[in-house]
Design a protein around this ligand. Structure first.
Ligand code: NDP
Length: 293
């Protein structure tokens, strides 16, 4: 059996198309242009690439993009002052502070200083609480992207056994909450989990968010299961050049799984598409307008 390849790139393009249509309507009918502010502190190469593509795709969707690049030695005080200015700016509907921040800055403090209504990453403790209690929240973009792929594939996830490998605040935990919200039976695995292969073998849905190249081999996968690979790992390819691989060993897993996301081209493009969608949602809420579906 060879698994169906889940085309996150095409699905993300569809979401971006819908976002652009909504933005065009907001402009035409209400004279409102959604705005996303992205704050980057320091020059982490991966973060710089993400911020560049976020800015580009924001503009392509017809929204305003405000990029704030600050030196690595920026003080906490001036970062907090910038966040406050963005909170108070009515042209800014979404604020994203790119993580990781340099070590001298307290990420929790900075993230929790963002107005929860503008917290399009969904990392503010208020949004985490709202999501955990099943209330209307800003939902973290990567897990939201995974959920949309799963819903598109399966329709209902009710009663399915889902295993999320990884318990970070950014991916693993919110992913588990979203799956639970869709009535899957959820197990969260992590570095202390006993007999991880057996835990994974029970799953109809496996979401791997670990950050270890090709850690999950095909023989951990239940035949026919759906595999969502969040991992982005840079590793040496056959020709000596760096290649991007996931947390799942794609070659062997694709022989067993029913459906699988590739890396790149699976979850990655969904993250930015969901960020744009969250920004439009935040803009609609701020203006008392109906939200996109
Ligand atoms: P973190 O490092 O914050 O979390 C990794 C998790 O994996 C931890 O909970 C850790 O467990 C667990 N883990 C580590 N080793 C093992 C092991 N041997 N067995 C089982 N669990 C283990 O990573 P993130 O959640 O931020 O990211 C995970 C991956 O997803 C990375 O590759 C990252 O690049 C990628 N990513 C991709 C995005 C996208 O847009 N596609 C967006 C965000 C992240 P413990 O808690 O016990 O230490």
């Amino acid at each position: 059996m060879t698994a169906q390849v889940i085309d996150g790139k095409a699905f993300a393009a569809k979401i971006r198309g819908r976002v652009a249509e909504h933005v065009a309507r907001l402009k035409a009918d209400h004279g409102i242009t959604p705005g996303l502010a992205v704050v980057l502190v320091g020059e982490d190469p991966a973060s710089s690439v993400y911020v560049r593509s976020k800015g580009k795709q924001t503009l392509e969707a017809g929204m305003n993009s405000y990029e704030h690049k600050l030196p690595a030695e920026t003080s906490e005080e001036s970062l907090l002052a910038l966040v406050k200015r963005l909170n108070d700016d009515p042209a800014v509907h979404g604020i994203l502070v790119q993580l990781p921040l340099p070590k001298h800055l307290n990420s929790d403090l900075v993230i929790n200083s963002i107005d929860p209504a503008k917290d399009v990453d969904g990392f503010h403790v208020s949004n985490v609480g709202l999501l955990g209690t099943g209330q209307k929240a800003m939902v973290p973009c990567t897990p939201l992207g995974c959920l949309l792929l799963l819903r598109d594939l399966h329709g209902s996830l009710a009663g399915m056994d889902a295993v999320v490998i990884g318990r970070s605040n950014i991916v693993g935990k919110p992913m588990a909450q979203l799956l639970l919200g869709d009535s899957a039976t959820v197990t969260i695995a992590h570095s202390k989990t006993k007999d991880l292969p057996e835990v994974v073998r029970r799953a109809d849905i496996v979401v791997a968010a670990v950050g270890r190249a090709r850690m999950v081999p095909g023989d951990w996968i239940k035949p026919g299961a759906t595999v969502i690979d969040v991992g982005i790992n840079r590793t040496a390819g056959e020709n000596g050049k760096d290649v991007l691989v996931g947390d799942v060993d794609y070659a062997s897993a694709a022989q067993v799984a029913g459906a699988i996301t590739p890396v790149p081209g699976g979850v990655g493009p969904m993250t930015i598409a969901c960020l744009l969608a969250n920004t439009v949602t935040a803009c609609c809420r701020a203006n008392g307008l109906p939200e996109p579906e």
